[in-house]
Structures are given as structure tokens and as C-alpha cells.
Design a protein around this ligand. Structure first.
Ligand code: HEC
Length: 479
């Protein structure tokens, strides 16, 4: 589905769907157009990506659509399923569809007309100077409902949990000896050879979505706040360039051991990141160590000799004599329109691996959909080691979602500390928590047995946050 451009992938439905049975309207929410980070192959607003779409449930015909971000190059999907509820505006009941988004907006639309309940303001957006890119001139800058996550990363946001943390992040953002600095700002486009730091790839909201208390019209949403940093690179025009060049010892080690995952042109495949820019984000000792230990889905390479490890590392860092091939690819850039690749999904982290922005890094939020006001926001999750150092609760990146009960509780899991927690639905006060055997990466489900309420959560670990994996379901009886 697209207007214009050679649309190859994307606008997938991440979060799910919802059906208004009485009206026969079927709602879907859609993800970002692909490729992420570069829109040179998908010019235009890219309908119906980043949209809530209302379809006639019987015929599949489109009734209306509403796009949050046009020509999205930041991977800012609407990741969550639509929620259907009824709110009260100026004393009148309105049936609405709501969807929480990765930049922290709550899209709130009249279910029949598709019109926003609150003014949905758009502003002039920055223009890309990338050859072939045409960023969209307008992007959303919404006041109500109040955003539940920070939307613009800036130097003011750089972490302050310790001097060391701050320095390590500043070094990646300010031009200096170890980096070329980074671009930041509202809907900042990407550049070749210089990083852009921004919020949103893991939300804001995620596919776990939001829940709504029908009694009050309050929406509860779990959110992440952590910055990412990536840059574009020219992709070699001619695959033969590298293939026909005399192969260095490092390239040979690469082809035998690494190419299957990282790609012939080091462009990255599936979960294996591109290795085109490692020289900007890594160094020789780090890569040598990684080859020794492995990490997550990256295997260890203990069978390689020390020489082979050095050779492949030098190859990746571009310390081998490459002058010739590089000259050639620079020339060809001007013959044909350039093609790009990006350095990968890289989190902007501090020296200890915590998010590079000021806490909170994970939150539970309550938004009154009748007024659009954020009623409360509390940190979700805890790093015990930081609490011990006297740092107020930071929350952690989380992928769990929340569920609200008629009895006035909000349950949420999904945090790095593998806990499930209960909060007071009016105040956000944390009332209870229990440790799960593995991360609980789904919204808790509430059910009744013989009149007694229970809550159950699948605790499987793994996923986006890594860590041990299992297959537990943990249920608790409520008092
Ligand atoms: C089975 C697939 C696979 C193979 C084979 C593989 N890698 Fe990886 N590699 C990965 C994955 C997945 C990651 C991301 C690891 C993570 O989650 O941190 C990664 C990460 C890396 C990184 C870190 C990149 C960064 O931006 O931090 C480097 C460097 C790297 N690999 C080099 C190599 C080299 C050199 C080889 C060959 C000797 C190799 N890899 C073979 C899958 C693979």
C-alpha cells in the first residue's frame, strides 16, 4: 500500500486489530515504511504506513485513515493495537479509537469520522540534505493528549547518574577525538558519516499497547525512554568492486566465518548488524574480545587463531590497505544516484550499559482521555545496583504492557528486573511486586475462578531485552 515510490516492504500491522461489531468497522494500526532510516526508495507520505485505518468489516473497503508521521524514516511505527472506548467531551459521549505510538503520542479519533478529538497540530519539519531523500514538510507536534514519553533528544537530556556516565555519552555527541559528534533534534533527518541521536525505536509505546478503564476513561500505557544513535553510509555501488578486488587475509577470514550472518558487503542480514561503521563505534580490543566471548546471537570464535582474529578485526576497522577500492567507490557515487545503508540499531548507552538519557528509562503512565491530561507517571522497574548507589528509581526498558482491573489495580511486568507489579490506578503508587523466573514480556491477564480474581503472566524471558529464556506461566490470586 503506497502512494508513489518503489515500495518494497513495510507498513506491516504490528500490534493487532480491533472490531466495532455494532458498526461493522474494523481498525488496524500500521508500522513504518521500509527501508528504515533512508527514504530514497519510498518518496511521498507513504500511505498507509504509520496509520490507523478504518475498514468496512464486510467488504474490506477503506472508510478513513489517519496518519501520524508522514514519510517516516525513524522507525516510528504505530506498534500497538487500537483500543476502542467511549469518552465524555463537553458532556457528550463520543465513541473513540485510541492508539499509543512509539514517539509517545496517544492518537484519539472519533470512531466514525476518523477526526482527532483534540487538535492534532503539525509543524514545519527539518529538510534532509541527503542526495535522493525527500523528507516530508510537516510532522506532528501534539499537545493533547499529553505525550507520555520525551520526543526530542538533546544535550539537556544526557544522563546525569554519574560523571563517568555523562562523559561517556557526551563523547559520542560532541565532536572530538573519539567521534564526529551527532545531530539531534525534532524529526532530525539522517546524514552520511555523522550520527543522529533520537528517541523512539523501542518506544514510547510498544506492541503490548495500552489498556483503558471504561469506568473512568483513563488509559494506562507502559513506555520506554532511551536514545538511539545511527548514521548512514554509502553502499558500494558495484558488488563486484569488493568481489573483484584482491582479497586481503582479513577479508578471507570474513568470508569463511562472518559473511553468512553479516552479509557479503557487511551490510547486515536479519538480526546480525551491519559492520560498515564499526570503526566509529568500536575498537580493536572490543572486537577481539567479542570474537572470544560472543554475545547474544553472535557466536564466539575460539577456533580462530590469534592471527586470524587480528586480520578480520583490521579488515573491519579498515586498517588494512584499502585505499584503492575506496577511491573507486567514491568515484562511482557520482555516476549513479547513491545507495545507502545504516550502521544498525545502536542504543546510545553510557559506560556501564545504561541508557544515555536522564532517567526515567521505563514508565507507567495514566492519561485521562476525557481531558487529554497526563494524570500521573511513575518509573517502572528498577536496577538494584543503582538504587544501592542512592540513585532514585530509574525504571528500566520494558516490553510488558499493563492491565487494569475493576478493583482499582494496574498490573505491569516486562521490566529488566523480571518483576510483576501492582499499582493504585488513581495515584500510580506501587502496592505490590513479585519476582518472576524470567522476564514477563506480555500484558498480564485478569480472570476469575469461583468469584476470586486472579492475574496470570507468561514469563518467557529472551526477546528484545535478552537474558535467560524459559516458558513459565505465573498466576497469582488477588486478596
Ligand atoms: C550466526 C551469525 C553471526 C556470525 C557467524 C557472526 N556474527 Fe557478528 N554478530 C551477530 C549478531 C547477532 C550480532 C549482534 C550481537 C548483539 O546482540 O550484541 C553481532 C555483532 C557483531 C559485532 C558488533 C557490532 C556492533 O555494532 O557492536 C561485530 C564487530 C561482529 N559481530 C563481528 C563478527 C565477525 C568478525 C564475525 C566472523 C568472525 C562474525 N561477527 C560472525 C551474528 C553473527
Amino acid at each position: 500500500m503506497t502512494t508513489g515510490g518503489d515500495f518494497r516492504l513495510g507498513a506491516n500491522c504490528w500490534g493487532g486489530t480491533a472490531l466495532d461489531e455494532s458498526r461493522g468497522i474494523f481498525f488496524i494500526t500500521t508500522g513504518s515504511p521500509k527501508d528504515n532510516f533512508m527514504g530514497v526508495d519510498h518518496h511521498g507520505p507513504n500511505l498507509y504506513a504509520n496509520c490507523i485505518v478504518a475498514l468496512n468489516a464486510r467488504t474490506g473497503e477503506r472508510i478513513w485513515h489517519f496518519q501520524e508521521i508522514s514519510h517516516d524514516i525513524w522507525d516510528l511505527d504505530i506498534p500497538s493495537p487500537p483500543n476502542l472506548t467511549t469518552i465524555t467531551r463537553h458532556g457528550i459521549k463520543v465513541d473513540v479509537v485510541a492508539a499509543v505510538t512509539k514517539i509517545g503520542n496517544t492518537l484519539l479519533l472519533d470512531r466514525v469520522s476518523g477526526k482527532p478529538v483534540f487538535e492534532f497540530r503539525r509543524r514545519r519539519a527539518p529538510v534532509s540534505h541527503l542526495h535522493g531523500e525527500r523528507t516530508w514538510p510537516w510532522q506532528p507536534d501534539v499537545e493533547l493528549p499529553q505525550p507520555f514519553a520525551r520526543q526530542v533528544f538533546s544535550l539537556d537530556d544526557v544522563t546525569d547518574i554519574s560523571a563517568g556516565a555523562r562523559e561517556s555519552v557526551m563523547a559520542k555527541l560532541i565532536p572530538g577525538t573519539s567521534s564526529r559528534g551527532a545531530n539531534m533534534g525534532w524529526f532530525q533527518p539522517f546524514e552520511v558519516g555523522k550520527s543522529t541521536a533520537f528517541y523512539g525505536i523501542h518506544g514510547g509505546a510498544e506492541w503490548t499497547g495500552a489498556c483503558i478503564d471504561p469506568e473512568t476513561g483513563y488509559l494506562y500505557v507502559t513506555s520506554n525512554e532511551l536514545p538511539w544513535i545511527t548514521m548512514l553510509h554509502y553502499l558500494e555501488q558495484d558488488e563486484e568492486d569488493e568481489a573483484s578486488a584482491p582479497k586481503s587475509p582479513g577479508r578471507l577470514v570474513y568470508e569463511a566465518n562472518c559473511l553468512a550472518c553479516h552479509g557479503a558487503r557487511r551490510q547486515g542480514l536479519a538480526t546480525a548488524p551491519p559492520l560498515l561503521a564499526v570503526k566509529y563505534g568500536s575498537d580493536k580490543p572490543t572486537i577481539m574480545k567479542l570474537l572470544e566471548t560472543g554475545r547474544n546471537l553472535m557466536p564466539a570464535f575460539k577456533h580462530l587463531s590469534a592471527d586470524q582474529k587480528t586480520q578480520v578485526t583490521d579488515y573491519l576497522l579498515g586498517i588494512e590497505d584499502h585505499a584503492k577500492t575506496e577511491q573507486k567507490s567514491q568515484d562511482s557515487i557520482f555516476d549513479k544516484p547513491p545507495k545507502y545503508t545504516f550502521s544498525g540499531y545502536i542504543k546510545l548507552l553510557d559506560n556501564e550499559g545504561h541508557p544515555g538519557c536522564k532517567p526515567p528509562w521505563g514508565t507507567l503512565n495514566c492519561i485521562d482521555l476525557n481531558t487529554g491530561l497526563l494524570r500521573w507517571k511513575v518509573p517502572l522497574g528498577e536496577y538494584a545496583e543503582l538504587t544501592k548507589r542512592g540513585i532514585p528509581k530509574t525504571g528500566t526498558e520494558n516490553f510488558g504492557g499493563a492491565s487494569v482491573t475493576a478493583g482499582g489495580l494496574v498490573f505491569a511486568g516486562g521490566t529488566r528486573d523480571h518483576k510483576i507489579r501492582a499499582f493504585n490506578k488513581w495515584t500510580g503508587e506501587e502496592l505490590w511486586s513479585a519476582e518472576l523466573p524470567y522476564g514477563g514480556y506480555a500484558p498480564p491477564t485478569i480472570y476469575q475462578v469461583n468469584g476470586r480474581e486472579h492475574v496470570v503472566i507468561p514469563a518467557t524471558g529472551g526477546g528484545k531485552l535478552g537474558g535467560a529464556q524459559g516458558d513459565a506461566f505465573v498466576a497469582f490470586a488477588l486478596p
